[in-house]
Each structure stands twice: as structure tokens, then as C-alpha cells.
Design a protein around this ligand. Structure first.
Ligand code: GLC
Length: 429
């Protein structure tokens, strides 16, 4: 292990993908600003350029919609190399954006940035402005997507950030493929098609986008009419964690009302999470809101749920499930377990490891006192970048680098691991 060299490489990748006021996830494959990529990447910046970290969040929130939604992509500069581009989304905004959202990690990120700041009073106004905007986004979720338990649904697989997870397969059958305008995919010219979603899945993704567009991006109508409505435990855990962190931040600024609202949203959802628990699988699972039942799929969204302060008996079982995964993989944490019929070592979210998910799981496990397991996850993450470079994702058995390379959030997570989890990393040989 070479910490110094790894950090230099990570920082260089973040600089290379820096477009001044926002970062792109990687050159070519993803040429715009992505929502949760930016928020997690800001954490990386915070260790070597605090100002740049805050700007990353500010840029994203400049594109928040009037109803509070924060889009999953901001198309700052035209780039023909991506599909679906602005002509498909047609959201009619001065700077085009997509019309769906992504996991709300911003509250967690802002809280961390503020805590790490070397001069909190200098950034106080900016932090408070962002705090209000993030709270408005959280309220948007509760206004448009929540059920009586306070849990929120996603209406498109892309909102989960785990684009073609096995979790969506059954519900995705309800999404038609007929009538979709002909299109040419661009992702498969940048990355190995074997590592990417299938054409069949792509048609369904685009059917949903065209449906929402036909509803004029009216979020009330979309929430009612989408045939795809899933409560994802990982997504909800991120929202809960962000809302709790935002509440703490608000308290430190004397914003009592925001703090109370935020905390009560989070606590209600935290109680609601129990309807997503599967004793059989030893983890949380998704819930199909249209079909009204749990989805019997042991994907990583149900392990990522540990990012929220779930009850100790739940975190203990999740830790045991991850330990079992470590017996059948070389690198933690596979996005879907080997041994299941759907497992696909190298295909997008159907087996591979993502460092951002490892990081959030590690944060949760550390809170739960599972230090030994944290150490394994951090060691595996560092081993992956040292043997396979800063890829988008990796095969959990072979460590094969997949998807795009020189990936911003992979670099950011390496910086986080070395700074936050230093004591968990094996001493240099
Ligand atoms: C893919 C991922 C998503 C990510 C985006 C940019 O679509 O599934 O989570 O935000 O790439 O990295």
C-alpha cells in the first residue's frame, strides 16, 4: 500500500474531472454534472480544497427546481456523446437538466463540510443558504413521494443510483417497451457493452422518461401515474441520514424550526423502515408500492440501509450478512450476491463493487461498532484501486476494473478512506 501515491493520484483525477464549478463523473461516458456524484465528490475536495468542495454543492443547488426537486443531471455544456440528452428530457429549463432525482446525500455532505471547515464563520452564510435548499428538497420528497410511514418511493431506476439492479426486474416488467422513439445508445461506445445494462432495459428506461415528459414534468402527476414506484431501503436510509445531519447542522445555527421538522421527518421514516426488513434474507429489501409487496431480492440497497441509525439488532444482522458475502467474494461489498441466479460479476449493479457504497456502509458499520468489518471493507477498497486503478466499479471476485476509468467519486472515496478511516487501514508493510 502506498498512501502518499494513492492520494496524489486521487487528487489528480479530481482535478482532471473538474470543470471549474462542477466535476464530471468521468470524461466521455458522463460529461455533465451528476447529483450524488457531486455531493460525494465534494467530500473528497474538502480534504485539499475546502472552497472548491462548497462550490460543488452550490453549483448543483443553483439548478434546483422551483418545487424543490434537485435533478439527477445538470447539462451545463452541450455534449453529443451522451444519451439520453437534453432533446429527450425536454425539461424546458434555461440550463437543461434531467427531470428525475437521485439519492439525497447533500445533507450528509454539507454537515461534513461544515464540520471539517477550517473557518466556519467565513462560510456560515453560504452553509445556511444551502441548508434551506436541502431542506426544501427533503420536503419535496415528503410532499410528492412519501407514504403514510414517511418512506419515499423512486419512480425511475435511475433515481436509485443503482441503475439496473436486480431489485427492479419484476416491477420493470410492468413498464412497456412499445411506442418508444427509436434511439442510439452512447454508453456502449464508451464502455464494454457486457458491463452495461441491456437494450431491453434501456427501452424501459426511456419509456418512463417519455411518459414523464408527456406529463409536462408535473411531479404530482408523475408520482400518481408511474407504473414503477419502489421504496428502496438504501435511498430512504440516505434521506434519513441526511435529514438527521441537517437537523444537527440547523441546531448549531439556531435554526430550531428547520431542525425540528427535519428530525421528525427522519424519525418517522426510521420507524417505517421496519416494513422493509426481511428476516429470511438478513437485510432490508425494496417494497413495490404498485404491487404492494416486498421484493425478494438481496441487493446492496438493503445493506446500504445501515447508513441510517437503524436499531442495533438490525445492524448486527446486516454485518453478519456482509461477513457471509466476504466468504464468497474476494472484495467487499458485492452489489448482488454470488450464488443467486441473477448474479453477474461485471454487469452494472448486478454484482460489481462500488467504492461509494462501500464508504457509506463503512460509515454505518463504524457507528454500529463493527470495527473489524469496517477494516475489511476499507482494505478491500484500497486494494481494488491499487490493483485495478480508479475505475467506476469492479468485479467482486476478480477485481476486474469496469465501466469508465479515472472516476471522480472513486478518487474522492479513496481520499475519504485515508482521512477518515486511517486507523482502520493496515499499516504499511
Ligand atoms: C450511473 C450510476 C449512477 C451515477 C452515474 C454517474 O448512472 O448508476 O449512480 O450517478 O452513473 O456516475
Amino acid at each position: 500500500m502506498n498512501k502518499h501515491e494513492d492520494l496524489l493520484k486521487a487528487e489528480a483525477i479530481m482535478r482532471k474531472n473538474d470543470r471549474g464549478t462542477y466535476t464530471v463523473p468521468t470524461h466521455g461516458l458522463y460529461p455533465f454534472q451528476w447529483n450524488w456524484d457531486s455531493c460525494l465528490s465534494a467530500l473528497g475536495f474538502s480534504h485539499f480544497d475546502e472552497e472548491r468542495a462548497l462550490v460543488e454543492l452550490e453549483t448543483l443547488f443553483e439548478h434546483q427546481w422551483e418545487d424543490g426537486m434537485v435533478p439527477h443531471i445538470v447539462f451545463h455544456e452541450p455534449d453529443e456523446g451522451y444519451f439520453p440528452n437534453t432533446d429527450v428530457w425536454q425539461t424546458n429549463r434555461a440550463i437543461p437538466t434531467s427531470g428525475i432525482t437521485q439519492p439525497p446525500v447533500a445533507g450528509f455532505a454539507l454537515h461534513a463540510l461544515n464540520q471539517r471547515s477550517s473557518n466556519r464563520s467565513a462560510i456560515a452564510d453560504r452553509v445556511q443558504t444551502l441548508m434551506g435548499k436541502i431542506h426544501a428538497w427533503h420536503q419535496w420528497f415528503y410532499n410528492f413521494r412519501a407514504d403514510s410511514d414517511g418512506l419515499v418511493a423512486i419512480v425511475h431506476p435511475w433515481e436509485s443510483g443503482r441503475d439496473n439492479s436486480v431489485d427492479w426486474d419484476e416491477a420493470f416488467e410492468r413498464v412497456p417497451t412499445e411506442g418508444v422513439s427509436p434511439f442510439v445508445r452512447r454508453d456502449t461506445s464508451h464502455a464494454n457493452p457486457e458491463h452495461r445494462p441491456t437494450d431491453e432495459q434501456y427501452k424501459r428506461y426511456i419509456w418512463l422518461v417519455e411518459k414523464f415528459r408527456s406529463l409536462n414534468w408535473d411531479n404530482s402527476a408523475i408520482a400518481k401515474e408511474s407504473p414503477f414506484q419502489i421504496i428502496d431501503p438504501g435511498f430512504n436510509a440516505i434521506l434519513i441520514k441526511s435529514a438527521l445531519d441537517l437537523a444537527d447542522l440547523a441546531e448549531s445555527y439556531g435554526a430550531a424550526q428547520l431542525a425540528t421538522e427535519s428530525r421528525s421527518m427522519a424519525n418517522r421514516a426510521l420507524d417505517g423502515m421496519d416494513k422493509l426488513w426481511s428476516e429470511k434474507l438478513g437485510q432490508y429489501v425494496c417494497y413495490d408500492r404498485v404491487a404492494d409487496h416486498q421484493i425478494n431480492s438481496p441487493s446492496i440497497g438493503g445493506l446500504l440501509a445501515i447508513f441510517a441509525p437503524v436499531p442495533p439488532k438490525r445492524s448486527k444482522t446486516i454485518a453478519d450478512t456482509i461477513r457471509r458475502l466476504s466468504e464468497v467474494t474476494e472484495y467487499l461489498v458485492a452489489s448482488h450476491p454470488p450464488g443467486t441466479p441473477e448474479f453477474d460479476e461485471l454487469r452494472y449493479w448486478r454484482g460489481p463493487v462500488w467504492l461509494i457504497v462501500n464508504y457509506m456502509i463503512a460509515v454505518g458499520l463504524r457507528r454500529a461498532g463493527e470495527d473489524e468489518l469496517v477494516r475489511c471493507i476499507v482494505d478491500d477498497s484500497i486494494a481494488l484501486i491499487e490493483t485495478s486503478g480508479f475505475a467506476e466499479y469492479y468485479g467482486p471476485i476478480t477485481g476486474t476494473p469496469c465501466g469508465g476509468d479515472s472516476f471522480t467519486w472513486t478518487a474522492a472515496m479513496v481520499i475519504e478512506f485515508f482521512n477518515l478511516f486511517d486507523t482502520f487501514i493496515k499499516a504499511e508493510a
